[in-house]
Every structure is written in structure tokens, then in C-alpha cells.
Design a protein around this ligand. Structure first.
Ligand SMILES: Nc1ncnc2c1ncn2[C@@H]1O[C@H](COP(=O)(O)OP(=O)(O)OP(=O)(O)O)[C@@H](O)[C@H]1O
Ligand SMILES: [Mg+2]
Length: 248
């Protein structure tokens, strides 16, 4: 079943068509990678999906519902969550408190905050279980400012997951992370998402990570989708080789 679908989604900045008639679809449980050279329109596309930007033309259907002008927070509450955006890691809270704040915002959306009897204990237990799943349990009482950059990125993903997204969008989840730690982050993500029916859309410049973790790849160039297929198919495509993998 399709979680999200776009039809001829377009964004113009003046004379520039940053996103040009993108038709895209992602199904429940799918892990899809987006690749493309700098300026291809990847981030703009994602900003249209999350509601940060309004499209010039075209449609977005999420969970069978047309998203027209619906604000970022409403989309997040409906399960369209972008990491590094909502929720944000708060430096002067502990890891447990950070994850609990994400659970809190999820429960607020369900209006269940004041009806849950053991709210305090329940959310704490859930937060610790999630931190454990992402390998952060041993730092659960540390302040977020005190943990390494790579762990902070994992924490952010952990908080996004706490929102129980139907679609989680990650814009370069491993950027700024040392190569040896990139795989740790992606492994944690993959483990989690293999057992969840949430879909994941991630933008990535590292073609090895794309080959290893994406089930399907969409390549963009100059705002347009140039190919959509299996990682093998897309990474071996001649245009992709020239335009996107030119440095290799
Ligand atoms: N707010 C804006 N106003 C004007 N032009 C913009 C704006 N945001 C992006 N652009 C332009 O739109 C095009 C697409 O940019 P975008 O950031 O979506 O590319 P990208 O694929 O995410 O690139 P990168 O790989 O470098 O992150 C670029 O030419 C960029 O300069
Ligand atoms: Mg970008």
C-alpha cells in the first residue's frame, strides 16, 4: 500500500525549477534512497513533502489524504516525520528526557496525556527501551550536549522513531559522521525499520550506503526524476554514472 504519492510536484524559485514535475511513490515498510548531484532538488523535494515549502504546482497524497497547505506540525502529527526537524534534540536535557519529550508530543496528538494513569513510568520505560534499541541505553542519564556527535544523530533518529512515523524522512543522516560510524548508524536504523511497517526515505551522497541500505533508489537531476529502480539498476545507469558518480 502506498504511504505517500506525489503527482507532478513542482517548485519554482523565480526562473529556477528546483523540483520539476516529480512523480514519486513510497509504500508501507519500504526503504528508499534519493541521490543526485548538489543542487538537484533533493532537499527542496523533501521540504515540499514536510510542508516547509508550498509547491508551485502538483499534488501530495499522504495516507490517502491530499496534503494541500497543511502545516508542518499537522503533517508530523499525521505521521510524516522528518528527522533533524521534529523533534529537536535539546542539549540541556538527558537522553531519556529527550526521548520522553518526543513521546509526549506523540501522545499530545492523541490527546491521551491526562488519561494515561502511569504516564510518568510508562513513558520512561518506553524511552529507555528505545534508547536500548539504538545502542544508547548506557548513556541514558547523560545530557545530550555531553555525548559524541554521531550518538547525537542516533538520538535524533531515536526521537523521530518515538513519534511512530508512518514515513520517516532523513536528509543525509550520516553527514558529518566519521566513516567508521556511518555503518553503525545505518545498521541501527535498518534493524529498527525491518521490524516496523514505517517507510523510510533518505537522501544520501555516499553511494556505498545507498547500495547497502536502500531497497529502491530514485535519482534526481535538475529537479527531475531521471531513474527509479533497484540500487543495482540505478547505480549502473549511464546517466547516473556521468551526472552523479562522476567523481568515482
Ligand atoms: N529558498 C530558495 N530560494 C531560491 N533558490 C533555492 C532555494 N532553495 C533551494 N534553491 C535552489 O534550488 C536548487 C535545488 O536545491 P536543493 O537544496 O533542493 O538541492 P539538493 O539536491 O538538496 O543539493 P545538495 O546535495 O547540495 O544538498 C538549487 O539550485 C538551489 O540553489
Ligand atoms: Mg540538500
Amino acid at each position: 500500500m502506498s504511504v505517500l504519492e506525489t503527482q507532478k510536484l513542482t517548485k519554482e524559485f523565480g526562473d529556477l525549477r528546483a523540483v520539476d514535475e516529480m512523480d514519486f511513490e513510497i509504500g508501507s515498510g519500504e526503504i528508499v534512497g534519493i541521490i543526485g548531484p548538489n543542487g538537484a532538488g533533493k532537499t527542496t523535494f523533501v521540504n515540499l513533502l514536510t510542508g516547509v515549502l508550498d509547491p508551485t504546482a502538483g499534488d501530495i497524497v499522504f495516507n490517502g489524504r491530499q496534503l494541500n497547505g497543511s502545516p508542518v506540525h499537522d503533517r508530523a502529527r499525521a505521521g510524516l516525520v522528518r528527522s533533524f526537524q521534529i523533534p529537536r534534540v535539546c542539549d540541556d536535557l538527558t537522553l531519556v528526557e529527550n526521548v520522553r519529550s518526543a513521546i509526549l508530543s506523540r501522545e499530545q496528538r492523541n490527546n491521551s496525556l491526562f488519561t494515561v494513569l502511569n504516564w510518568e513510568n510508562d513513558t520512561r520505560a518506553e524511552a529507555i527501551a528505545l534508547l536500548d534499541e539504538f545502542g544508547l541505553a548506557d548513556q541514558q542519564e547523560a545530557y545530550a550536549e555531553a555525548i559524541p556527535h554521531g550518538d547525537k544523530k542516533i538520538l535524533d533518529v531515536c526521537m523521530s522513531v518515538a513519534m511512530r512515523p508512518k514515513l520517516l524522512i532523513l536528509d543525509e543522516p550520516t553527514s558529518g559522521v566519521a566513516t567508521e560510524n556511518k555503518y553503525a548508524i545505518m545498521d541501527r536504523l535498518q534493524n529498527y525499520f525491518e521490524t516496523s511497517d514505517s517507510a523510510v526515505l533518505f537522501i544520501e551522497h555516499d553511494m556505498e550506503l545507498i547500495a547497502d541500505y536502500a531497497e529502491r533508489v530514485v535519482a534526481m537531476d535538475q529537479g527531475r526524476k531521471i531513474i527509479d529502480g533497484s540500487p543495482e539498476e540505478v547505480l549502473e545507469d549511464e546517466t547516473v554514472k556521468q551526472r552523479i558518480r562522476g567523481e568515482e
